[in-house]
Write a protein of this length. Structure first.
Length: 276
C-alpha cells in the first residue's frame, strides 16, 4: 500500500503534577513570540521606533484571544450565553460543578475581527498611521502563526477531517475511533506556510507594500480561500449544520474574501514609509 493510516494518540502536554502545560497553549505562545520578532524586522526596515512594538504585542494578543473566544461563542456555541455564561470570559466551567477547562473554543474568524479592531485602536493611539499600514504588515506573522495554531488543533485531535473511506489518513485514537480521517488541520497548516511565503515575498521583493491595503487584501483572499476549500473535507463543528450546502466556516470566509478583492483591486493609494 502506498499509504497507510497513522494512529494518532499524543500527549496533550507536559504534566507537572499540579498543572499541565498544554502543547496547544504553547503553540499560541510560539505564534505570538515569532510574530513579535517578524514585526520587529519590519519596524526596523521602516525606521519605526521599537518602543511601539510592546504595545503592538499587547493589542495583538488581546485582540486575538478576545475575538477568537467571542467568535466561537457567537458563531458556534451560542448556548453558552445562557447555559454557562461565566465560561465565556473565564477559563472555567460551572455547568456541572467547578472545573478548570481553559478557553476551549477559539474561532479564527472571530480572531480576525478581533485583530482588525485591535489594530484600529493601536494605530490611532500609538502608530499615528492609517490602519491599513499596520494591517499590511501584521497579516504576515498572522499567516505563519496560523500554522502553529493548526498544529495545536492536530495535537488536541480537534477540528477533524471527514473519514477518508480508505487506508489513507489519521486515526484519532483519543476520540475512540478506529477508522482514518483526513488530517484537515495539517492540510490547513501546510497551505498557511505557502500563504506566508507569498506574503513575505510580496513585502520584501515587490513594491506592493506601497499600495495601501494590497498585502492585507492578498492575505484575506488567500487565507480564507484556503479555509473555504479545506472545509470541504472537515466535519461540521456544530451539530445539525452538516447538511448545510456551505458550513459555518465557509459562510464566514466569503465576506473576508470579497473584502480582500476590494483592497487588491481598488485604485492605488500609497502610504509613506517614513514615520511621522
Amino acid at each position: 500500500m502506498l499509504f497507510s493510516a497513522i494512529v494518532w494518540d499524543p500527549s496533550k502536554g507536559i504534566d507537572l503534577g499540579f498543572f499541565m502545560i498544554r502543547y496547544y497553549s504553547m503553540m499560541y505562545l510560539v505564534a505570538f513570540v515569532l510574530g513579535w520578532y517578524i514585526m520587529k524586522k519590519f519596524f526596523k526596515n521602516e525606521n519605526i521606533s521599537e518602543e511601539k512594538l510592546d504595545p503592538l504585542f499587547i493589542y495583538a494578543v488581546l485582540g486575538t484571544l478576545i475575538g477568537a473566544r467571542l467568535g466561537h461563542v457567537f458563531f458556534y456555541q451560542t448556548e453558552l450565553l445562557w447555559e454557562d455564561p461565566l465560561s465565556v470570559v473565564l477559563p472555567f466551567s460551572f455547568k456541572n460543578g467547578f472545573e478548570f477547562t481553559g478557553f476551549q473554543g477559539l474561532a479564527s474568524h472571530g480572531a480576525a475581527i478581533g485583530i482588525i479592531t485591535a489594530m484600529y485602536f493601536y494605530s490611532k493611539k500609538h502608530l499615528k498611521k492609517n490602519i491599513l499600514f499596520i494591517l499590511d504588515r501584521i497579516v504576515i506573522p498572522v499567516a505563519i502563526g496560523g500554522v502553529f495554531i493548526r498544529i495545536g488543533n492536530f495535537i488536541n485531535s480537534e477540528i477533524i477531517g471527514k473519514p477518508t473511506n480508505s487506508d489513507y489518513g489519521v486515526i484519532f485514537k483519543q476520540l475512540g475511533e478506529t477508522f482514518p480521517r483526513h488530517p484537515a488541520q495539517l492540510y490547513e497548516a501546510g497551505c498557511y506556510i505557502i500563504v506566508f511565503i507569498i506574503l513575505w515575498f510580496t513585502y520584501w521583493k515587490t513594491d506592493k507594500k506601497e499600495k495601501t491595503g494590497f498585502i492585507f487584501g492578498l492575505f484575506l483572499v488567500m487565507l480564507w480561500t484556503v479555509r473555504l476549500l479545506i472545509e470541504v473535507v472537515k466535519e461540521a463543528q456544530v451539530v445539525g449544520r452538516d447538511a448545510w450546502a456551505l458550513n459555518t466556516g465557509q459562510l464566514l470566509s466569503i465576506p473576508f474574501i470579497l473584502l480582500g478583492f476590494y483592497f487588491i483591486l481598488r485604485p492605488k493609494k500609497t502610504t509613506p514609509i517614513e514615520e511621522k
